[in-house]
Design a protein around this ligand. Sequence first.
Ligand SMILES: C[S@@+](CC[C@H](N)C(=O)[O-])C[C@H]1O[C@@H](n2cnc3c(N)ncnc32)[C@H](O)[C@@H]1O
Length: 256
Amino acid sequence: MKQHKKEELVKELYEKYPYPSRNIQDKEKLINYSHWILQIFKEKETFWKNKEILELGCGTGELANSLALNGGKILAIDFSKNSIKKAKILSKKMKTKNSTFLQKNILEFNSKKRFDVIIALGSLHHTINAKKGFEIASKHCKKNGLIIIGLYNKYSRFRHRIKRLILLLTCRNDFEKRIKVGKKLFKSNESPFWCADKYGQVHESYHSINEVLQWFKENEIEFISSKPKFKHPIFDELKWLIKKENAFFVMIGRKK
Ligand SMILES: C[S@@+](CC[C@H](N)C(=O)[O-])C[C@H]1O[C@@H](n2cnc3c(N)ncnc32)[C@H](O)[C@@H]1O
């Protein structure tokens, strides 16, 4: 499939099934939604206060709105119009200040502004060029600013890659069919948005710790921390595969 066709299908999927669509009703719950990130690099809840934050691929905006409620000044982008719409509705409902949501393609994002923190969780691997997405993230980061990225792991997501291969062979790129067959074959009771993201997705890329460390090096980012922690890349990633853990991993770095 051609790259632009792939990109179109990814967008179409998230227009129909905006992700994660968590339906958080309670302000306290939304405030706490982002705290798990701080635990990775051992910072206090006040860390976000007055930080200029760029989120790439914000989906329905739960994280961005949480960061705004914690005092961050957020610019959040996503190319799905319906996701941005939901993010704005949540912002209005929770009366979050300092959050701006824009419909934009990550790979075309270009601003003169530089940010204290750049976050891209679960989004770069759905672009047609995750490495380019990372370079764009890095370019928009201030000196000493943080980059927080979450990606599918090349090794520990292997089980899911087999499921995806079955879906590709049986349903090709028909995402509605893939969701229906995926739910049936793999017995899933999750939300329609979750099932669409897991089974309907026609494009995702996979990345290893060493690959991301190489991206960090090339873009003058110093590695700070990760979730999960690792000692020996590849060996640990294979261990996660066997233990059915960490198909999604987060790496944090600081711009030099
Ligand atoms: C799996 S969702 C993750 C959403 C959110 N970051 C989260 O962790 O819940 C991936 C998001 O990336 C967005 N996305 C994928 N490719 C994109 C691109 N090239 N430009 C902008 N957004 C993109 C999708 O629209 C979708 O909302």
